[in-house]
Design a protein around this ligand. Structure first.
Ligand code: F6R
Length: 249
């Protein structure tokens, strides 16, 4: 795990865009794994800017998102389909046929999970997967207790996750209780993982991510066993991590 320390959110986003570009360039059909939430918004702004400046093209890029709520329509503002269109896809030269996001309105959730794995298997592995982290250590929607062997599956969202995400809804009651998420094993099969984290709210989680016990009780801890993980974190998020463990960029 390589821990790259930056000053703030904007630097995190710029550095992340550099690393994503490096990993996509030179590949015929690169596979990019995407996350939603507040953390990658700045990275997406950077990628849009660089796409407009013709520094990077997404014409041949295939994307797979980590997760989607169950029961939320793609056109609903709270869906991750909507988020991705707003924050990235509609602004870049992406071929929409190359976009993959789990279908949260499917009638057959189990079949949807299997289909997602088959689609990924067909074009994968993911060349570079973007991740955020929840305060309880979730990655994707893999909540504490999820098996490290899990593939794409249906999850019950933890109350802390529903509460954190209620900022996007009118009330906590409206936050879905279930989602489809790539599993931990699915994520671990990515060639490179890029985890972004910003702000002191995440400081305790970052400490556990970096040198805590590897346990299903803290899903992100498994990343310590992945051969190629970059963590880009700002000073606030790294408050509890000794400087000797980090590279300043
Ligand atoms: C979203 C996702 C989640 C978020 C995490 C952090 O697709 O996979 O694991 O990365 O909940 O969310 P933010 O960035 O909003 O703090």
């Amino acid at each position: 795990m390589e821990i790259l320390k930056v000053e703030n959110y904007d630097q995190m986003s710029e550095k992340a865009a550099d690393i994503v570009m490096e990993h996509l360039q030179g590949l015929d059909k690169p596979v990019l794994g995407l996350a939603t939430g507040s953390t990658p918004e700045g990275l997406y702004r950077q990628l849009i800017k660089r796409n407009r400046a013709k520094e990077i093209s997404f014409q041949n890029v295939i994307t797979f998102n980590l997760d989607e709520y169950i029961g939320v329509k793609p056109e609903d503002k709270q869906s991750y389909h909507y988020y991705m269109n707003q924050h990235l896809f509609q602004h870049i030269d992406m071929d929409k046929r190359n976009v993959h996001i789990p279908n949260g309105t499917t009638r057959n959730e189990e079949e949807e999970c299997k289909l997602y794995e088959r689609q990924l298997m067909h074009v994968g592995p993911i060349d570079i997967q973007i991740l955020g982290i929840g305060v309880n250590g979730h990655i994707g929607f893999n909540e504490p207790g999820t098996s490290f062997q899990s593939k794409t599956h249906v999850v019950e969202l933890a109350e802390s996750t529903r509460l954190a995400n209620s900022r996007y809804f009118n009330s906590l009651d409206e936050v879905p209780t279930k989602a489809i998420t790539m599993g931990i094993d699915t994520i671990m099969n990515s060639k490179t993982i890029l985890l972004l984290v910003s702000g002191e709210k995440k400081a305790a989680a970052v400490k556990k991510l970096i040198d805590g016990e590897i346990t299903e009780a803290f899903p992100a801890s498994i990343l310590q066993q992945h051969p190629k993980v970059y963590v880009i974190a700002d000073e606030a998020a790294l408050r509890e991590v000794p400087n000797r463990n980090v590279v300043h960029v």
